[in-house]
Design a protein around this ligand. Structure first.
Ligand SMILES: NC(=O)c1ccc[n+]([C@@H]2O[C@H](COP(=O)([O-])OP(=O)(O)OC[C@H]3O[C@@H](n4cnc5c(N)ncnc54)[C@H](O)[C@@H]3O)[C@@H](O)[C@H]2O)c1
Length: 281
């Protein structure tokens, strides 16, 4: 068993039924956290919650059907988590509408003028508004406790502007930029906002069977487990507005070296192209 660094912490994981959300939920439960597992797909959620509870112990996991874009349900979900577990300390925004919904997206290319409007809007709504809604619902609870974590899952830079993926890339670029704003607004509250990405295509349903890779050569979803547990722990106190590449996370390095190897400031600070504002009167 891994260390129980997260005893006493409560995590809300969105997109917890499958892929990396499921793997991260299991790892967080194994590290001692109570985990509220959120998904819209009840069947996969039940199965994933059984696995996480097996890793964490009885009563450590609460599966909850919730659409991350439904404000009433989000409020109700957060209230129920606090009532059952007594706190809410960590939010992981992992839920996604992915590019796999565009037929042949890894082998062909749909031009932007042929993209479906409903899918474009769904990607922006779930991938950008969803994290904003969940964060605005959770942050006040965390700030009241003087401690908390918002962990947003975005993607690699080249995926953000990968052709043929519809709004998936732009939606993740928007969440990347928004994380910078969250980190700024949270500064000094004890709550932090950071990004965790796997570091390349991962062996989940997002990479369809017709993709030109062998499944075993892809990054495996387990890559997120150790870094998400660290980001959710008190050992990451003071780390705010950073993005971490899970595939570069080396738990054997000293803390500062680990951070330097896998981390960088969120978004595109290296662009150094700043708007020229008039001086204020
Ligand atoms: N798979 C990759 O190659 C890859 C690479 C980089 C980043 N990512 C990011 O990692 C995260 C997880 O990706 P994955 O491949 O594990 O995804 P996945 O498709 O396997 O799982 C996503 C889960 O989100 C749930 N979901 C969708 N809409 C929802 C909603 N409105 N409310 C609640 N839950 C909802 C789905 O039911 C699903 O269980 C995503 O944020 C994705 O952008 C993935």
């Amino acid at each position: 068993m891994r260390n129980r660094a997260l005893e006493g912490k409560t995590v809300l994981m969105t997109g917890a039924g499958r892929g990396m959300g499921r793997r991260m939920s299991v790892a967080l439960a194994e590290a001692g956290a109570r985990v509220a597992m959120i998904d819209i797909d009840e069947d996969v959620l039940r199965e994933a919650a059984e696995e996480a509870e097996g890793a964490g112990g009885q009563g450590s996991v609460k599966p909850m059907v919730c659409d991350v874009t439904d404000a009433d349900r989000a409020r109700q979900t957060v209230d129920e988590i606090v009532a059952s577990f007594g706190s809410l300390d960590v939010l992981v925004n992992d839920a996604v509408v992915g590019p796999e919904r565009i037929a042949g997206f890894m082998v062909g290319h749909t031009n932007f003028w042929d993209l479906d409007d409903d899918l474009w809007n769904a990607m922006l709504r779930v991938n950008v508004f969803g994290p904003q809604l969940m964060a605005k619902t959770c942050a006040p609870v965390m700030m009241k406790n003087g401690w908390g974590r918002i962990i947003n899952v975005t993607t690699s830079l080249n995926t953000m502007y990968r052709v043929g993926g519809g709004a998936y890339g732009p939606s993740k670029a928007a969440l990347e930029a928004h994380t910078h704003i969250m980190a700024h607004d949270l500064d000094g509250t004890g709550v932090t906002a950071n990004i965790l990405i796997p570091g390349g295509p991962v062996n989940t349903r997002m990479i369809p069977a017709d993709a030109p890779f062998s499944r075993s050569a892809l990054i495996q979803p387990e890559v997120m487990e150790i870094p998400v547990v660290w980001l959710a722990s008190e050992d990451s106190d003071g780390v705010n507005g950073m993005r971490f590449i899970a595939a570069l996370w080396d738990p054997d390095l000293p803390r500062d070296d680990r951070i330097a190897r896998a981390g960088a400031p969120v978004a595109w600070t290296q662009l150094e192209s700043r708007a020229i504002y008039p001086s204020e009167d």
